[in-house]
Design a protein around this ligand. Sequence first.
Ligand SMILES: [Fe+2]
Length: 355
Amino acid sequence: MNPTGRRTFLRLIAGAALSGGILDSLSRKTGSQQLGSASTQTLDGLKLGLISDLNGSYGSTSYSRAVERGVALLLRQQPDLVLCAGDMVAGQKRSLTNSLLKAMWAGLEQTVRAPLQQAGIPLLPAIGNHDGSSQKDQGGWIYGRERQQAGLFWHENRGDLQSGFIQSERFPFQYVWRRPGLFLVVIDASSANVDSSQRRWIEAALNCTDRQPDDLCLVMGHLPLTAFSEGRARSGECIANPQELAGLMRRGGVDLVISGHHHAWYPSESLGLRLLSLGAMGSGPRRIIGSSVTSPPSLTLLEWSRPSKLIRETTIDLNTMQPMDSDDLPAQVSVSGFPVARRRSLQWQSGSLND
Ligand SMILES: [Fe+2]
């Protein structure tokens, strides 16, 4: 069987293995016309699963039921790719031994990455503070061993990503990945410090000659450009000096900036950019600032139609398995010392924000 045939076969098997209830329910609830799925090999569209913040408590090697439900949903929905905005394991504690760090990554492999890969769905990571924080002290990494183990795991498991790499020297921390119709820049926002060297790299990546004019351009990093949730509106929880970074992303024609860490779903516009704060797939749900409601565990499906350039986002509550309604979110998030974020539509056209 050739690779394409095998991929399609595996997807059919994965789809058949799960009940049709969720997919049918989602289609009815959203009136959603499936833009992607296996037919995206024709390049008429693309379907992405967007997940973030899977980890449990420090040192945990297992995952919550919400994460398991999310993986099952992804297998059922059969996106072309799954992007993870970080915090896949439960590190950021210096007392964790190398063997426990390896066991945590093995847990991710068993529960999340391998099932997706076996269904022909690549998982593309961004590194979070619990995976391998870029925090430094006196010029050295505070969590150097964690960064080393994260690097080892992803280098051992980069096989199904190989064909898409445009730049991979600093994979999995910073890299550029492309498939027809999608140009992805992954940044190391595993701490608030996205330094000048990385900013120059991001600017060059966005202007890379491999990028095609009609590619959907996504930037993904763990910490966001502004504050979304209660308890995260403070130094160290958002990228420092976001205005300059946002400026180079605007000039670079970025369609969407995807982040995690704030454990609350909020699709917004801020700093002249379209942002998407992902809810946590795992534990630690938080309230959006100005809201009385805690953001449940969730994942987001993003469907892109190439002919119309139309993007549609659907975010699924992993407790109820129902789509979430953005009308329930505050119209804006405004907190002193951080750029204002205004709630935006879940349907939009690529390239449209600054036209
Ligand atoms: Fe985080």
